[in-house]
Design a protein around this ligand. Structure first.
Ligand SMILES: [Zn+2]
Length: 420
């Protein structure tokens, strides 16, 4: 008997041309993982920074692979990108290029995240303020160039303008103390303290400086994130940092449930007031729960998933990155994204790292749409979450107007491709 798939089993065919043309947002995008590879090579040569190879193919072969053995190998490339970014001109250039690369594939809203303290070099005049200004200058330059174009604007039929926000990351931990000049200096100054105390002090200093720059200088610093290894460094240890952000109306996302059980997602929500979740992968992997006090792991996961869906807490989904850092997933069809869709979570398709994962927002959408059943109506919902669940730097009224225009533009493009 011939196999006849149910309608819901046959994903609508969305062409890459359509995907590139539809409006998009990327809410989980690391600056230091998203450099142009050619720029990295050029910057390294100019700055006499050692790379394992100075050709594009060589770097793809040795560092930025299409498949990684584990998270450690995935993170290996950041030492090179951070090294070249510890230079204000390079920082500004990389930020500008990142915005332009996004615009080139129809991504009109981005939230760029990075750990400012990893890029600081206080002995060479690169302090927190200098880092923030350099990144913001690059993004602002792209915005002013793009938004001046005659085919861009908020009037009907025009392409949505480019907007962006900056999310500052605190770091959970470091593999080695010589990782960045700032942290090396801080570890020396606080050598009588344990590592966790040093890391927390750095995070607190970072969040205070972020809010000062937002309030006094008007920089679009819109959110706080915490990155780095989850195991052994739970988000709840950074509760005061998140509380400070919360009390100052800075929005919060947390890398949670990327490589640790669903209890870390629960902590992100309840202890860190997370407005969004980075990855949230383990939400549908009850076996990953390690907290012995949780007896019925399956029920815990289900309750938590239902809560997240009901509260409309957006999950920043990074498909390629998850497959690369967690090779046990194997095929994309095994990715928990299918459960996120079935449970009606508010999912936003993101890249994580354009260079390290060798991907783009359009490629991530293509991967999702080719492998999971998503009708056009739900695709529009997914695109909408990128504009409704973002940490927009302007007022709520401005955010609504921008989202509304963007979603009308989605309809225009979907109509053009005969999808609606
Ligand atoms: Zn990330």
């Amino acid at each position: 008997m011939p196999f006849s798939p149910k309608a819901s089993d046959s994903p609508a065919k969305f062409s890459l041309d359509f995907i590139r043309e539809m409006p998009k947002a990327d809410l989980h995008l690391h600056l230091d993982g998203s450099l142009r590879i050619e720029s990295l090579i050029e910057m390294a040569k100019a700055g006499k920074i050692e790379l394992p190879s100075y050709t594009v193919d060589g770097l793809y072969d040795k560092v930025f692979k299409s498949h990684y053995a584990n998270l450690g190998e995935y993170l290996n490339g950041f030492q090179y990108t951070c090294a070249v970014l510890r230079d204000l001109e390079n920082m500004e250039r990389a930020s500008y290029e990142l915005a332009m690369d996004n615009l080139e594939e129809g991504v009109n809203y981005i939230e760029v995240r990075f750990a400012p303290q990893l890029l600081m070099d206080p002995a060479n005049g690169i302090g927190f303020d200098e880092v923030m200004h350099a990144v913001n200058n690059g993004l602002a330059r792209a915005k002013s160039e793009y938004n001046q174009r005659p085919d861009v604007g908020l009037s009907e039929g025009l392409k949505p303008p480019f907007e962006y926000g900056i999310i500052n990351c605190a770091m959970r931990m470091f593999g080695k103390k010589g990782f960045s000049p700032y942290y090396t200096q801080l570890f020396n100054l606080m050598r009588d303290h344990d590592d966790m105390a040093v890391i927390k002090a750095a995070a607190m200093e970072m969040i205070r400086a972020s809010i000062r720059m937002r309030d006094e200088e008007g920089l679009p610093i819109v959110g706080l994130d915490i990155a780095g290894q989850e195991n052994g460094y739970p988000a709840k240890k950074f509760k005061e940092v998140y509380e400070y952000a919360h009390q100052n109306f800075l929005l919060k996302t947390v890398h949670a449930g990327e490589a640790y059980g669903a209890e870390s997602i629960f902590e992100a929500l309840t202890k860190c007031y997370a407005d969004r979740l980075g990855h949230g992968y383990s939400l549908f992997s009850p076996d990953m729960i390690e907290d012995a006090s949780i007896k019925d792991k399956k029920a815990y996961s289900e309750h938590l998933a239902s809560y997240i869906a009901d509260r409309r807490i957006a999950v920043e989904v990074c498909l390629t990155s998850n497959l690369q850092t967690n090779p046990a997933i194997g095929d994309i069809k095994n990715h928990n994204f299918k459960h996120m869709l079935e449970n009606r979570l508010a999912t936003v398709i993101c890249t994580d790292n354009r260079l390290v994962s060798r991907t783009t927002v359009s490629d991530e959408y293509k991967l999702a749409l080719d492998n999971f059943p998503v009708p056009v109506k739900r695709l529009k919902d997914m695109v909408a979450y990128g504009f409704k669940k973002n940490f927009f730097p302007g007022s709520y009224i401005e955010k609504r107007a921008y989202a509304k225009h963007t979603l009308n533009y989605f309809d225009t493009i979907a109509h053009k491709y005969g999808l609606i």
